[in-house]
Design a protein around this ligand. Structure first.
Ligand code: SF4
Ligand code: SF4
Ligand code: FES
Length: 284
């Protein structure tokens, strides 16, 4: 047995990691098993680094290193999100000791299922960012000269908005949402790369924007400067693929690693879009 883990439990010298791999976009996926030597304080990224250093399966077959994405290593960028032991989360903050408590036999890694796989555990999250673009989730800058301090935000507004501002576009809420279904297109033989990208973007714009974008609309619409474009954002939320697709299953709020009150944002957005539509009908 190896030395005890940080929570005092004895661990085996090695443990197995089962990974769902895919060689390229659109190709079939397959499971592969690796054996990794246990070390205290490991996270899933360090497990993947050990596998990359010696990419051999449990039966000794030499394979290509497993591909994964990461950046900040402190649960801020959202890039390392994957499905670990059946639950979507960040691989940088997923600790091996806790995962082996969940399942002492193995750790299972899969890419998120709602985005097209680029390779192995790397997915293409462009649809997630496209939704933020479609809903104008930013504050427009009208110049780069000094205009003095911005408008003050009262403490109650800061308290409401700060949690929403912590969204890191990780995709966990989208992975858990039953209404957010995968959009994956194959390039046609007669299509240029540019035409294919355009077709993808159109398909993304018709599909559900997702709870992250709805919540960001509420953040920017209550900002003193952002509210000047509130109508434009609400218009995008009532377009095809907007808030009407949400079935209120509340899975999104349960998995958000930043504990963003997504269902509160969705309820606020529902009221705001209804009011926006009524005003439009009555021409005010
Ligand atoms: S509340 Fe809406 S956005 Fe959240 S998981 Fe349910 S359907 Fe998806
Ligand atoms: S709302 Fe939460 S789960 Fe969804 S993308 Fe933002 S941080 Fe991730
Ligand atoms: S590497 Fe940035 S959240 Fe994990």
């Amino acid at each position: 047995m190896a030395e005890p883990s940080s929570n005092g439990k004895q661990r085996p010298d090695t443990f197995e990691v089962r990974i769902l791999r895919q060689d390229k976009p659109g190709s079939p996926s397959y499971w592969e098993r690796h054996r990794v030597r246990y070390e205290p304080e490991m996270n899933v990224i360090s497990v993947l680094q050990r596998i990359a250093a010696q990419p051999k399966t449990v039966d000794g077959k030499q394979v290509a290193p497993v591909a994964w994405d990461c950046n900040c290593l402190e649960e801020v960028c959202g890039a390392c999100t994957m499905v670990i032991n059946g639950r979507v989360r960040q691989s940088c903050s997923a600790l091996v000791d806790r995962l082996l408590d969940e399942n002492p036999d193995e750790i299972e890694l899969q890419p998120m299922s709602k985005f097209p796989v680029v390779r192995d555990l790397v997915v293409d999250r462009r649809r997630l960012f496209r939704a933020l673009q479609k809903t104008s989730c930013w504050i427009p800058a009208d110049g780069y000269y000094d205009m003095g301090a911005g408008p003050r935000q009262p403490p109650a507004l800061q308290e409401q908005n700060y949690p929403l501002s912590q969204c890191m576009s990780c995709g966990c809420c989208l992975e858990a949402c039953p209404q957010y279904t995968k959009v994956e297109l194959a390039r046609r033989p007669d299509e240029t790369e540019e035409q294919f990208e355009q077709r993808k973007q159109q398909a993304y714009d018709q599909a559900f924007v997702g709870p992250h974008a709805i919540s960001q609309v509420m953040l920017f619409n209550s900002h003193p400067t952002g509210k000047f474009n509130a109508g434009e954002r609400l218009e995008a939320l009532t377009a095809p693929g907007g808030i009407q697709i949400c079935g209120n299953a509340q899975n999104c709020v349960a998995v958000c690693p930043k504990q963003i009150p997504l269902t509160t944002s969705i309820a606020r957005a529902g009221r705001a879009t209804t009011l926006h539509s009524l005003k439009k009908w009555f021409g005010s």
